[in-house]
Design a protein around this ligand. Sequence first.
Ligand code: NAD
Length: 433
Amino acid sequence: MTGIQQGSTPSTNLSYVSPAPDSPWGTYLAQLDRVLPYMGDLARWSGTLSRPKRVLIVDVPVQLDNGEIVHFEGYRVQHSLSRGPGKGGIRYHPAVTLEEVMALSAWMTVKNAAVNLPFGGAKGGIRLDPRRLSAKELERVTRRYTSEIGLIIGPQRDIPAPDVNTNAQVMAWMMDTYSVNVGATTTGVVTGKPVSLGGSLGRVKATGRGVYVTGREAMRRLKIPTEGARIALQGFGNVGANAAELFAREGCKIVAVQDHGGGVYNAQGLDVRALTEHVAAHGTVAGFSGGERLESEEFWDVEAEVLIPAALEGQITEARARRLRARLVLEAANGPTVPAADDILAARGVTVLPDVICNAGGVIVSYFEWVQDFSSFFWSESEINMRLDQIITGALKHIWATAERHAISLRTGAFVVACTRVLEARNERGLYP
Ligand code: NAD
């Protein structure tokens, strides 16, 4: 017999990656392992979740401002297209690898299905340090990369969006390049665009808003009063800063913030608006005068009811899971908790609201943007926020009930909901030929 059998481990032996257990793809596979016992007969399709459907590696040659030609490595991975076109962001970061992009694309499959959007899962990235490139160089990189992945993206095939170090401007360049190549303005090829180019109101803040809405609901269920609740936040970019603003408005105290440049602490709560202005001016929270300096590892010892990782994967390691003081972890980042840390947190009674629901606000509003672009009919921001809140709280309720019914973690509950939907679609479509 070949292939994955019912109930067997989905671990793959792909020839092009061999992930370590705590690596992002290793983490994803371990999360998937925990779901199979709940998949019944659908488990026979689990091999479609444990390997990406399509992987594209592209060379991105670019001329720098000084005339030098350099090459970057870029990726677009379509993990699953079973429920619809691929959907997922584009990351620019010096640590991007194929294996990381594979994991991020798989989490998009799970996220899109967990909130019941008609999308598969995809992700892209280029290994580069955007801080070392000028705006013109970044534009050339973006345009060449878009042209290279143009083979497999499109409004009905796969729709990129912003992720770490990419933004509305990068999406505008991508939309323009794709449109020029196909000879027709195609706004629906990417989401997270500027509003003037078919972007959606509310998209920039949507992920942070989703973290806030799901976080507030989790706090209500865990009987953590929002008024005065202390929050420690790692990552003060698009997601972290927008979530912080909403939590602060609700009366929570953002006591600690750490980013790539350093950390700040204020037991009375940091002034989020002033911190945002500081980051806009200096590029990091480090050196903010409204708090004390926080050394890198001290961040994990901060006393707070809620911890929000909103930076990169693999931040909550086993050792940090033993130390951290929070009762609730809101996974604003993708894949911030390694599987062994998940177990430690569960044993310590710390609730983890998993990434696939906690940070789904961005892709939900991306979905709205895509729908608006198709119909060329645009909604008001209050309508968008209202629909976002409705979808994300409805999905959270369903996931929470599933987790309680099976006495499993919220993460495994979210995976059960999502993987059932993906594998049902796979089963109904059948195999070609
Ligand atoms: P961003 O580039 O706007 O911000 C990233 C933040 O992480 C910055 O504050 C940066 O300083 C910090 N950071 C980077 N390396 C760090 C390190 N080693 N230690 C501490 N902090 C570090 O990115 P973003 O869009 O806010 O994304 C943050 C996370 O949220 C990522 O995991 C991303 O995949 C996830 N996410 C983003 C969206 C979205 O709509 N942008 C949607 C869903 C999930």
